[in-house]
Design a protein around this ligand. Structure first.
Ligand code: DQA
Length: 144
C-alpha cells in the first residue's frame, strides 16, 4: 500500500521536548521505526513533518493526486483548533488515523478537544510511539 505519515508542529523536537510526556526517543527514531516497519511489510511510506499548517495541507492535497491509500497524522497542537487542517482531511476520501503520543485526556483542558478526529476513521492516543505502528496496522488491514 501507498501510505503517508504526517507529523505537525514540534514533533521534530521529540527526544528534546517534555521527555516525561513524549519519551526520550527522537524524531529520527520514529522515522526509522516506521520506515523499517513499512519496508518489512511491503508498503511504501512517505514521511513528512512540518511546523506550518500549510505544509501539512499541501501534503494532504498531494496525497489526493498521487494515489495515497492511507494517512497517519499527528497534527500536534493543530489538533485542537485548525479548521483548515480539518477541512483538508475531510476533502480527501482516503482512510485516516489520528495519533497522539500522549494521553491528551489526562492533560490540560484545551487538549481534550480534537477538531480533526471527527474527520478521521479513528484515533490512537496515549500509547507512545507504538500508536503510530498500530495506526499503520489498522490502515494495512492487519488481523488483530
Ligand atoms: C500531541 C498532543 C498535542 O496536544 C500537542 O500539542 C502535541 C503532541 C501528542 O502527540 O500527544 O504537539 O499531538
Amino acid at each position: 500500500m501507498k501510505l503517508l505519515l504526517l507529523n505537525g508542529p514540534n514533533l521534530n523536537f521529540l527526544g528534546i521536548r517534555e521527555k516525561g510526556v513524549y519519551g526520550t526517543e527522537d524524531y529520527g527514531y520514529l522515522v526509522r521505526m516506521m520506515k523499517e516497519k513499512a519496508e518489512r511489510e511491503g508498503h511504501e511510506l512517505d514521511i513528512y513533518q512540518s511546523n506550518y499548517e500549510g505544509g501539512l495541507i499541501d501534503k494532504i492535497q498531494e496525497a489526493y493526486y498521487n494515489g495515497t491509500e492511507g494517512i497517519i497524522i499527528n497534527p500536534g497542537a493543530f489538533t485542537h483548533y485548525s479548521y483548515a487542517l480539518r477541512d483538508a482531511l475531510s476533502s480527501v476520501e482516503i482512510p485516516k488515523v489520528e495519533v497522539h503520543i500522549s494521553n491528551v485526556h489526562k492533560r490540560e483542558e484545551f487538549r481534550h478537544t480534537s477538531v480533526t478526529a471527527p474527520v478521521c476513521d479513528g484515533q490512537v492516543l496515549g500509547l507512545g510511539l507504538k500508536g503510530y505502528a498500530l495506526a499503520m496496522d489498522y490502515l494495512t488491514g492487519c488481523q488483530l
